[in-house]
Design a protein around this ligand. Structure first.
Ligand code: PRP
Length: 225
């Protein structure tokens, strides 16, 4: 039973979830931790979903929006890919990243055409969804780069002459291969992470840390974390 003060002060706790692949793997884990949506989330058109626990609700959104909702405190907890957290900029100042759920593992890589002559263009033209991460990567590598921001189908960019190389997610590596690309650098290991708004954690420590621990235990039990 929660202390009365926690019931009186904004009792509903909001969890921001990344739709798509991560959502499908995260929902069974959340269910084991006692957090279940009242609707079939992947199919629902409703984006604000109550949970079986009346003090919890879930919001489903694009991965890059999860850090925004959590940083601004409209969701106390969020689950999204590490790739989106790397892109979160100053929002990272407002949340903790206490749990690597170990789900939806993949890699953020730099890939180039298999038949590319090295150093064709200076600066190198890079197609990516991950503008901030790419800028950091080339800065640290001491290479000049022109970042071409795309929102999908990144692997096509070198093939049609839009870019010299790409920074993108690889899982099986099939998409790179199918488009004549090879991995050159591993930029980051990616997996689903749990984030918590810093101010909310302070204000509602027992409630939020209890939930975070329950989720973490389930992730550990399933050998993911
Ligand atoms: C991701 C990523 C790659 C692909 C890699 O795209 O952007 O295109 O998966 O997977 P693979 O190495 O197993 O081939 P996703 O399908 O998530 O769609 P997106 O382009 O909308 O990100």
């Amino acid at each position: 039973m929660l202390p009365l003060s926690e019931w009186l002060v904004d009792p509903v706790l909001t969890i921001a979830l990344n739709k798509g692949r991560i959502l499908k793997s995260v929902l069974p884990l959340l269910a084991k931790a006692g957090i279940e949506p009242l609707e079939n989330l992947p199919d629902s058109r409703q984006l604000l979903i109550p949970a079986t626990d009346p003090n919890i609700r879930m919001i489903v959104m694009r991965s890059q929006d999860v850090p925004v909702f959590v940083a601004r405190g409209v969701a106390e907890i969020g689950i999204t890919g590490k790739d989106s957290l790397l892109e979160a900029g100053a929002h990272v100042l407002h949340f903790y990243e206490p749990v690597d759920l170990g789900l939806a593992r993949c890699r953020l890589v730099r890939a180039v055409p298999a038949n590319a002559p090295a150093g064709n263009h200076a600066p190198v033209r890079v197609a990516t969804k991950y503008e901030r991460t790419a800028k950091r990567f080339y800065l640290e590598a001491g290479r000049q780069a022109e970042i071409i921001k795309l929102h999908g189908a990144i692997e096509i960019a070198p093939l049609v002459g839009l870019a010299d190389e790409i920074i993108d997610i690889a899982d099986t590596g099939n998409t790179l291969k199918a488009n004549g690309l090879i991995e050159k650098d591993l930029i980051a290991e990616i997996s689903a992470r749990l984030i918590v708004n810093k101010a909310a954690l302070k204000r509602r420590f027992k409630r939020i840390s209890g939930l975070v621990e329950a989720i973490e235990q389930e992730a550990e039990a399933s050998g993911k974390a």
